[in-house]
Design a protein around this ligand. Structure first.
Ligand SMILES: Nc1ncnc2c1ncn2[C@@H]1O[C@H](COP(=O)(O)OP(=O)(O)OP(=O)(O)O)[C@@H](O)[C@H]1O
Ligand SMILES: [Mg+2]
Length: 276
């Protein structure tokens, strides 16, 4: 079923990963939070490498350090100890403004709760990272429209977040994560608030981006089913790596979607096809 990776640096079996270069190198990363007198050891010495074009699922019990690790990888938080190289550059030497720039240009974030700006259209939400990056207005709207089309929402660019379903909001969030052409997509429980079918639709988009653009994707999930869309699974426990292995018979989200009962009308029809 699965191949164990003996060390995080070992080359996965041939053909699994298109390119050998490491996007992420973590070397003995620790993160300790101080809560009054109490020290919380959220990460206790994490060493691992992630190559360009990998699709990694991070699993583990609540409190095991998954989000902390995503925050470190996403340059939202600094490790207490250890080294982090992002595309070969030591991030620990970068100042606050530099980190903000890295987050804006190189990393696309997707969250469980979508984090769209309310009362702001889908198109404007997707344009936002380009406003910060100083992209000219005409170019912004061109790229935002293309990104919305890529996630199947070309016809909803004027909709406000509260006029969109959860799955549609998450697709807007994915379009927003894509517009600055990041090298890395970080998604912390992106399907946590979605039903089964919508979750698979979101995984289909991630698989497509991973395959077609060779984008590196890291997804935190509690669901074994969702993790099977990745090509590698990393399990955390108590701030340490517990297992790190390749998924052999990786599932294709687009195949699974075609096998599901067809929807009657494309959207907003959750009563159809549900025989329970
Ligand atoms: N800002 C913080 N201040 C203090 N402790 C924190 C902080 N953030 C996280 N922790 C603690 O660090 C540990 C790891 O938390 P983390 O959020 O990384 O877990 P997780 O694996 O993402 O859990 P979940 O599956 O519930 O999201 C927990 O014990 C948590 O309470
Ligand atoms: Mg978490």
């Amino acid at each position: 079923m699965i191949n164990r990776l003996e060390t995080a640096w070992e080359t996965p079996s041939a053909g699994e990963v298109p390119s050998p270069d490491l996007v992420i190198q973590l070397d003995r990363i620790h993160k300790t939070y101080h809560l009054g007198d109490i020290e919380v050891h959220a990460l206790r010495g994490i060493s691992l490498g992630i190559r360009r074009g990998e699709f990694v699922a991070i699993m583990g019990p609540s409190g095991s350090g998954k989000s902390t690790m995503m925050n470190v990888i996403g340059c939202l938080d600094r490790p207490t100890k250890g080294h982090y190289l992002l595309e070969g550059a030591d991030v620990s030497k970068v100042d606050k403004a530099g980190l903000a720039d890295i987050r804006n240009k190189r990393i696309g974030f997707v969250f469980q709760s979508f984090n769209l700006v309310p009362r702001t259209s889908a198109l404007e939400n997707v344009e936002l990272p380009m406003v910060y990056a100083g992209v000219p207005a005409a170019e912004r709207s061109r790229r935002a429209r293309a990104a919305l089309a890529e996630v199947g929402l070309a016809d909803r660019e004027r909709s406000m977040p509260n006029q969109l379903s959860g799955g549609q909001q998450q697709r807007v969030a994915i379009a927003r994560a894509l517009v600055n052409n990041p090298s890395l997509i970080l998604a912390d429980e992106p399907t946590g608030a979605l039903d089964t079918r919508t979750s698979i639709e979101v995984m289909e988009i991630f698989q497509r981006l991973n395959r077609d653009r060779n984008l590196t994707v890291i997804v935190v999930t509690h669901e074994q089913d969702i993790a099977q869309y990745a090509n590698r699974i990393i399990q955390f426990r108590d701030g340490r790596l517990r297992r790190d292995f390749l998924v052999e018979n990786r599932k294709s989200a687009s195949d699974v979607l075609t096998q599901l009962l067809p929807e009657a009308d494309g959207e907003d029809n959750d009563d159809f096809g549900d025989s329970k």
